[in-house]
Design a protein around this ligand. Sequence first.
Ligand code: GDP
Ligand code: CA
Length: 317
Amino acid sequence: MLAGGIGAARFLRGLLAELAERDPEAEVTVIGNTADDISLFGLRVCPDLDTVMYTLGGGIQEEQGWGRDGETFAVKTELAEYGAQPQWFGLGDRDLATHIVRTQMLAAGYPLSAVTEALCARWRPGVRLLPMSDDRVETHVVVEDADGRRAVHFQEWWVRMHAAVPARSIVPVGVDEAAPAPGVLDAIATADVLLLPPSNPVVSIGPILAVPGVKEAVTAAGAPVVGVSPIVGGAPVRGMADACLTALGIETSAGAVAGLYRGLLDGWLVDDADAGTRVDGVVVRARPLLMRDAASTRGIAAAALDLAGDLVAAGRR
Ligand code: GDP
Ligand code: CA
């Protein structure tokens, strides 16, 4: 599975619950987006990897969907007292421990993939969590406001500006020179099923597919590729994915997102609200796609696996 943050992490919970019954021996490899990563106060922060790790490891702030549960913000408050910038990114005390360990290991020369494995030794997420690349890739957003036209880090646009300032372009800087992390291409090539969860297509799944070799590996893979639409009834369920699609000149609809994955997808799950969506060369199925609770989320994962199975049975791969 390719994965962003919250949408992916929640879907993964449903997937693991479904697999526990359907196929307890099944192994899940998650290829996580690292283009949201940012350095703050000298610390390397990997929001999407951590959201997956904390969610599956039982350490997530449940309502918020990111960050640690039982979090306190003493360090953030102290930093603000010094006027230290930036103050718009919420780094909690517990979360900071993760970033300190990560930064220490990176400084000692370990690649991000090894660091992620070490962090997961504590959280035991029940999946193999791989960063898309050990190389640094950072999504930058070109914005234009009263301060003029400039590029800001994706997090500044998303968190500080709430994506309210229109994006002129969204660029995963460094991706062309990035190499897939160890294990990524092999996991894709040997998978029985390839899943695209309901993640942000532009800033989560897009950068992973843009790592040289990844798109080619997905196309060449023997496994069916099944995706779950992050757009329901013409709107993102949460977050501002519509602002990202608009920046690319793409309509916010389940069909248009599938269009972004053209040539890769075999099956596409859309919400009942989007029944009737047609995508050339793709089997589209409608069902409820809101991850309201454990049962509904598991139902979505089950539907994705069923669709993959049907595609194989029909000889589509
Ligand atoms: P992020 O990196 O934390 O923004 O998380 P992702 O990229 O994994 O996913 C965010 C996307 O998940 C949002 O853009 C929403 O469109 C989608 N999403 C969130 N909740 C749901 C849900 O309950 N159902 C579906 N279908 N999509 C959802
Ligand atoms: Ca993200």
